[in-house]
Design a protein around this ligand. Structure first.
Ligand SMILES: Cc1cc2nc3c(=O)[nH]c(=O)nc-3n(C[C@H](O)[C@H](O)[C@H](O)COP(=O)(O)OP(=O)(O)OC[C@H]3O[C@@H](n4cnc5c(N)ncnc54)[C@H](O)[C@@H]3O)c2cc1C
Length: 350
């Protein structure tokens, strides 16, 4: 059964390829059949993997990032038996995701009898993610992580997902009312989901995907200049050069943020500030490369059959992440309060 309001946009073939080539299982440790990409010493491999998937397709990158995030939470907080069972599901090809965002009214609650009420909104892969990790509020107000077992095509409503970009992510509302929480669905302890620095610092993963989207726009910009023979013009060269600086400085900052988050050696607030610095820089870089490509390519880049058109829409949409002002000002406030010289805030060796 297709989810209500869905078209045929979901990237079924691309996700099937990730399933076949082992990318879906790769976050799992080797003893659970993966490539260990969630281990701290493999953070660079995970970062490059997220950027590569995002470069090929930003919607697929978003879906894969949700899958990785869910498995990372399971590996960090679930007991060994639950980890083994869910690892089996991942190896079996189930797509995971993290659905935390909820509508202003009707957010997900769990009653004392173990019944769910309410819905999740902005849920990527709605109708296709069959093992979503959701957060649900308990009667005492704390939030619990649950991995639910869903049948494909059920409980999803995509009718409101008429977005500017990222349409292929099938981001919709999923209703959970009436479902019982089964044995083994609970991951970790109440409020583990929002434990810091793992919660905020995990933003480095969506940044790695966004770097892939930025690279795709800059690559298209370059292809246009080569194809039209306009690359010799100094104005075009200057804009293209600015785009490259935005891309490569984003890549470096995200690599640093990923290393900082994985090492977990610095104080929590310092790790979060370092990741938030990368968040603000990547958001600005993404906006800049879009504007530069628009000016260099011109009207052709706005036509639906030009590759830049979809890549720009996808990137502009995916740059919208929670509370960007808070990320920037929180980082600035942290550094204003710190006593160390700037060069000691995020030393090279973490
Ligand atoms: C393609 C896509 C897929 C997604 N998939 C998922 C998913 O699978 N699961 C999931 O849980 N979520 C998902 N999301 C939702 C995502 O996690 C964020 O909730 C969403 O992107 C927030 O964007 P926003 O611009 O509405 O953010 P907001 O945080 O609402 O920010 C909008 C503006 O308001 C400002 N602002 C924020 N808070 C305040 C405040 N208190 N006072 C004043 N100003 C404020 C911000 O700085 C910003 O300027 C997805 C989002 C996208 C784009």
């Amino acid at each position: 059964m297709a989810p209500h309001g869905t078209g045929s946009l979901f990237p079924t073939a691309e996700i099937a390829r990730l399933r076949r080539d082992g990318t879906l299982a790769a976050p799992l440790p080797e003893h659970l059949g993966g490539a260990g990409l969630c281990a701290p010493d493999r953070v660079d491999a995970l970062r490059r993997c997220l950027t590569r998937v995002g470069r090929d397709s930003l919607p697929v990158g978003r879906l894969y990032e949700g899958h990785v995030n869910a498995l990372a939470l399971v590996l960090r907080y679930a007991d060994a038996e639950t980890q083994a069972r869910l690892a089996h599901d991942a190896r079996d090809g189930h797509l995971f995701g993290v659905w935390n965002t909820e509508p202003g009214d009707g957010g997900l609650t769990l009653d004392a009898a173990g019944r769910l009420h309410g819905a999740k909104s902005f849920a990527s892969g709605a109708g296709s993610v069959t093992r979503p990790l959701v957060t649900a509020r308990m009667p005492d107000g704390r939030r619990l992580m649950l991995v639910m077992r869903l049948e494909p095509g059920t409980r999803a409503d995509l009718s409101a997902w008429r977005a500017h970009g990222m349409r292929a992510t099938a981001t919709g509302t999923v209703a959970f009312s009436g479902l019982h929480v089964g044995d083994g669905a609970v991951i970790g302890a109440p409020d583990d989901y929002s434990r810091q620095p793992f919660f905020f610092a995990g933003a480095w993963r969506f940044l790695a995907v966004q770097v892939g989207g930025i690279e795709a726009v800059v690559e298209t910009h370059r292809a246009h200049l080569k194809a039209t023979g306009r690359g010799g013009d100094p104005h075009q060269q200057a804009r293209f050069g600015q785009s490259l600086i935005a891309l490569e400085s984003s890549r470096l900052l995200v690599a640093r943020a990923a290393a900082l988050a994985a090492a977990e050696t610095a104080a929590s607030a310092r790790i979060i500030a370092g990741v938030n610095l990368a968040r603000a820089a990547v958001e600005q870089a993404g906006l800049d490369v879009i504007a530069l490509a628009q000016r260099s390519v011109g009207l052709a880049g706005f036509l639906e059959d030009h590759p830049l058109e979809e890549r720009m829409r996808d990137l502009a949409t995916y740059l919208r992440q929670p509370a960007p002002d808070f990320a920037l000002t929180g980082m600035a406030a942290h550094v204003l309060e710190a006593e160390e010289p700037l060069h000691d805030l995020w030393p090279e060796e973490t």
